[in-house]
Write a protein that binds this ligand. Sequence first.
Ligand SMILES: *Cc1c(COP(=O)(O)O)cnc(C)c1O
Length: 426
Amino acid sequence: MYSTDTKCVQAGYNPKNGEPRVLPIYQSTTFSYDTPEEMGDLFDLKKSGFFYSRLANPTVAEMENKIAQLDGGIGAMGCSSGMAATTLTALTLCHAGDNIISLSTIYGGTYNLFATTLPKLGISCRFVDPDAPKEKIEELIDEKTKFIFCETIANPAMRILDFEKLSEVCKKHKLLLVVDNTLATPVICKPIEFGANIVIYSSTKYLDGHACALGGIIVDCGNFTYLNNDRYPDFNQPDASYHGMVYASDLGQSAFIVKARVQCMRDIGAMLSPQNAFLTQLGMETLHLRMARHSENAMAVAKMLKENKAVEWVSYAGLESHLDNHLVKKYFTNQMASGMVTFGIKGGREAAQKFQKALNLIRIVTHIADVRSCVLHPASTTHRQLSDADLAACGISDNLIRLSLGIEGTKDILDDIKNALYQSQN
Ligand SMILES: *Cc1c(COP(=O)(O)O)cnc(C)c1O
């Protein structure tokens, strides 16, 4: 078994004699066969192979293979974005009348999907506070509940997931635990080791890491039993739309990821493109080096902010003073806490604007988690339509600044921020 570092570089594509050393981009929608029988066997899943890139493509498959190995899962599916990955997961598991439970501290786009879009399809979401006790979460579960959703590192709340609490609830109720591991990546945390059943990524963030390619990934941990589980009748009855297949008994361990592909991806078509799979795979080759550096730079910035007079508060789970620091110690590799830091600047909105304008190296970007450091003031950008009261309800104050620390030289980043903080107060 190779280490995570070696898997980042080498897992996945493994050329045979005389083949290209680097993963080729198979820029083809279709694949050709000598006989109709061979093509028929592919449709019946009797043989594995490619026939149409909406369902599977060799470049995408090697990227999927790499992330599945990194996470310790049994398979993965590339999607056109992180949002597509979450949507396809929900649609593979739920139909009208079903419900899901989600921690309230999740990415804004996912919150909107759960609070507004899925309810239009008859799938409701029950939000719960991350600090709610187990009993409170259990009260929300009924026979129509299909999964519990949460983020390893919540964006932008910066809360760390209490895996033990949620996985105990899920095991007791034979319920799936779905974890968005975007900000941690498998380098910092492998959710499968702490009870997750399905892991989701926006590969747009650290996996690509260069802000080049939108993408999403669903990883199936292969550690959940659907067979004869009354909560999942769709897995235990023949699927008339796919040759009468009974996913739980015909596929066993890989029931979820095959259903996600042959049913949901087939019908919805939010597939990752070969070009973006290539770029994502390339990014992942240096993921282990980058996550260490992102974490190091973020820690240095968080420590500096804590001592700076222009700063009211700092939120970074790597700091001893953060309320979730014990969870970083419990679950994260080498106590790395990833590259995002939030803080409150003295002087509210006005100081926040002055601060951003005074930055030179760090640019104003609606993005996080790439090699270049960037800054965002949610109250005047992503959340600008909200009143101050609504902002407070989302846990976003008008002086909150979100920094995503890149992999530039630490001193250059610190100097840029210190200078801008000084200017913001004068
Ligand atoms: C960005 C993000 C998403 C959405 O991903 P896209 O690739 O932008 O669709 C989902 N979850 C988290 C935690 C994110 O940061």
